[in-house]
Each structure stands twice: as structure tokens, then as C-alpha cells.
Design a protein around this ligand. Structure first.
Ligand code: MRU
Length: 348
């Protein structure tokens, strides 16, 4: 397999004054990195999906609030914390559905609150360490998620995936694509079908790009072709990522995921959801309680076209995510094993 880890989705600059992201809105045409130095830059990059994918957003927010904390001029803990909270609330509002964003920011805030007796420079250093830990835990989780899922797959399988839950969406290897990469390293020869994923084309622009770049056998299909490839017997497993896992095992993921789950059930194909435990939100009882982001109608009507493709006055509905109910999910696979919503525990 060709190396994909040379693509650095999110990192800190060497002088730690900036969050450096691979601008995913420019892919697949160019691999272009952006340096984000202000809270506004970071908010904008998350909102505009220059950095996207639930775990990557969490890491970008953790690095981001660390970079912003370095800029706070405060003589006391209270002054520091007031400024920190302002940045935290602001960044938390950039996207509502992926729990990893708020979870990472909460973790950073906990570090501040638990060390109120420290000096401001010491607090900033603790924030640095925590942001690196969030990134490292994310990378390690992906490997373990990949291993758990791979144990359920067989060489030569056809795998269908939706959106992008690969290397570009997390720190390393991805969640849904981790078993694909690990399998590729071990000669499993999977054949991947990537849904293009309307309206923002994460499947076409990102999943097809990163798998193709790594030398994995990938075939791009339009979203409405999933049933056809399943009907032909070309798909033996569906593997997707997730943005929030509710306590009852309902999950939110990219719009269109629930439709794929319904198709998989119809054709008797296992439907696996892969995500780190940081995506589980035990405060959220079920899928109905998950806030679903709605985005700019222009993403549907004109963003990828030379000319607008719909009447000017037509109503548009553009939800970014949907909820797949737990009964359609064969297993939710985390780094700790399979999540069991009945008791909140994990089984391997
Ligand atoms: O809107 P996006 O591109 O951020 O949506 C991403 C997804 O839906 C992914 O499947 C999810 O975040 C998991 S990424 C490991």
C-alpha cells in the first residue's frame, strides 16, 4: 500500500502559533495547507469544511483553543478563564452535530478549571499537552477500531462506504476506512464502493481520492447506485463513520447514511458503524435528541455546477446529517470493542 500518512490533516505549526490544516475544499485538485492563527480562522475552516470529519474537527478545536490561549494577555486566572470561555463558546458554535467538537473543547476547559492555582504560562503548557493527547488518542483509537472491524471481514469482500471517514477525517487511517487500510497492508484485496455523497461530494472528492492515492481498489458510484451494486451481489459489508452515537445506539452520520442502512437491511448485508468512544454521547438519549445541522441551500443548487441547476425560487432543504436507528445497525465498533447500548459497555 502506498503511504497516506504523509497527508497531515491537522497539525500544530512548528512554532505553535498556528493550526495547520490540509484544505479539504481544494481536494482532489490540489494538496494545499492553510495556517490558522485566530479564532475566526479556525471557526471559518470548521464551518466551511476545510477541516471536517468528527474526530478531525475535535483535534482542530483542541489545537485551535490552545493557539488562541497563547494569545490571551491575562494577569490573573479569572481574566484568563473569561477569555478562554469566550473562545470556547465561539468555536463550539461552528458546527452542531459532531459531538467530538464540544467534547474536545470541554476536555480543554476541564484542564483549565482543574489547575486554577497555576500561572497563566503553566496553564497554557497544560493545554498544549492536552491537545497533543487528544490527537494521539484519536490516532491510536483508529488503529484499534480498524483491528476490531477487520476481524469481522474476509479477504476479497466488497465494501460500500458513504461520505468520508478515512485518513482525511481523523488523525490517522480513519474510522470506517481503517479496516480497509489495515486489510490492504495484509493483502485482503477489498473492493471498495464509495458513494459520491451529495451535496458536498465527500465520497467523490475525498474517499475516492485518498483510497486511490493509497492504491486501494475503489469504485466511485453516485448515491442512487448503491442499491444496484448491492443487488448485483458486489457488496458484502457496509462500513460508515459517525458524528454522534446516542445512548440507545442510534447514530447520526452524513446525510444519506440511513438510506444506505435501509438498503443493507433489504439485501441482508451487515451494516457496521465505526467511531471512537469520544463520539458516544451518553447525555443524548436517542437519535431524536441529536441536533442536525442545516446548511446553505447553494450547496444543493449551484456549488458544484457551472450554472445554477434549480429554479431560483424553489424551496431547498439541506440537512447535513441524518439519524440511523439502532435496529438497522449490525454493530457499532469502537476502539474498546462493540458498543452495547443496553448496558453502555463494550464487547470484543
Ligand atoms: O460534514 P462532514 O464531512 O464533516 O461529515 C463527516 C461524516 O459524516 C463522517 O462520516 C463522520 O464525521 C465520521 S469521520 C471519522
Amino acid at each position: 500500500m502506498k503511504n497516506i500518512t504523509d497527508l497531515k490533516t491537522v497539525r500544530l505549526s512548528d512554532d505553535q502559533n498556528a493550526v495547520v490544516i490540509l484544505d479539504q475544499t481544494r481536494l482532489p485538485a490540489e494538496e494545499c495547507y492553510l495556517e490558522l492563527t485566530s479564532a475566526e480562522d479556525i471557526w471559518d475552516a470548521i464551518y466551511k469544511l476545510k477541516v471536517r470529519g468528527a474526530p478531525a474537527i475535535g483535534v482542530a478545536a483542541a489545537y485551535g483553543i490552545y493557539v488562541c490561549s497563547r494569545q490571551i494577555e491575562a494577569g490573573s486566572f479569572d481574566e484568563f478563564y473569561t477569555a478562554f470561555r469566550r473562545v470556547k463558546e465561539y468555536l463550539a458554535g461552528s458546527r452542531p452535530t459532531a459531538v467530538n467538537l464540544v467534547a474536545a473543547l470541554n476536555r480543554m476547559e476541564k484542564v483549565v478549571l482543574e489547575n486554577a492555582s497555576e500561572t497563566v504560562p503553566a496553564l497554557v503548557e497544560l493545554l498544549h499537552k492536552e491537545s497533543l493527547a487528544i490527537r494521539e488518542e484519536d490516532a491510536a483509537a483508529c488503529r484499534r477500531i480498524g483491528e476490531h472491524c477487520l476481524s469481522l471481514l474476509r479477504p476479497g469482500m466488497g465494501i460500500l462506504t458513504h461520505c468520508n471517514a478515512g485518513h482525511l477525517a481523523v488523525s490517522e487511517y480513519g474510522t470506517a476506512l481503517a479496516p480497509v487500510y489495515l486489510g490492504e497492508e495484509r493483502g485482503y484485496g477489498f473492493k471498495v464502493f464509495a458513494d459520491e455523497t451529495r451535496p458536498l461530494l465527500q465520497g467523490a472528492r475525498l474517499t475516492a481520492y485518498e483510497l486511490n492515492r493509497a492504491g486501494v481498489d475503489v469504485t466511485l458510484i453516485c448515491d442512487n447506485m448503491a442499491s444496484s451494486v448491492m443487488q448485483k451481489g458486489w457488496v458484502q459489508a457496509v462500513i460508515v463513520g459517525c458524528d454522534r452515537i446516542a445512548a440507545n445506539g442510534d447514530i447520526a452520520n452524513k446525510i444519506g447514511t440511513s438510506g444506505v442502512a435501509i438498503l443493507a437491511r433489504h439485501y441482508g448485508i451487515p451494516f457496521y458503524v465505526l467511531g471512537p468512544t469520544s463520539t458516544i454521547d451518553m447525555q443524548c438519549p436517542d437519535g431524536k435528541s441529536i441536533v442536525i445541522e442545516e446548511r446553505d441551500p447553494a450547496e444543493v443548487t449551484e456549488m458544484w455546477y457551472m450554472h445554477r441547476m434549480a429554479p431560483k425560487d424553489v424551496k431547498i432543504f439541506n440537512p447535513a446529517f441524518d439519524v440511523t436507528p439502532n435496529e438497522l445497525i449490525t454493530a457499532i465498533i469502537t476502539e474498546k470493542g462493540i458498543f452495547n447500548p443496553a448496558n453502555g459497555g463494550f464487547e470484543s
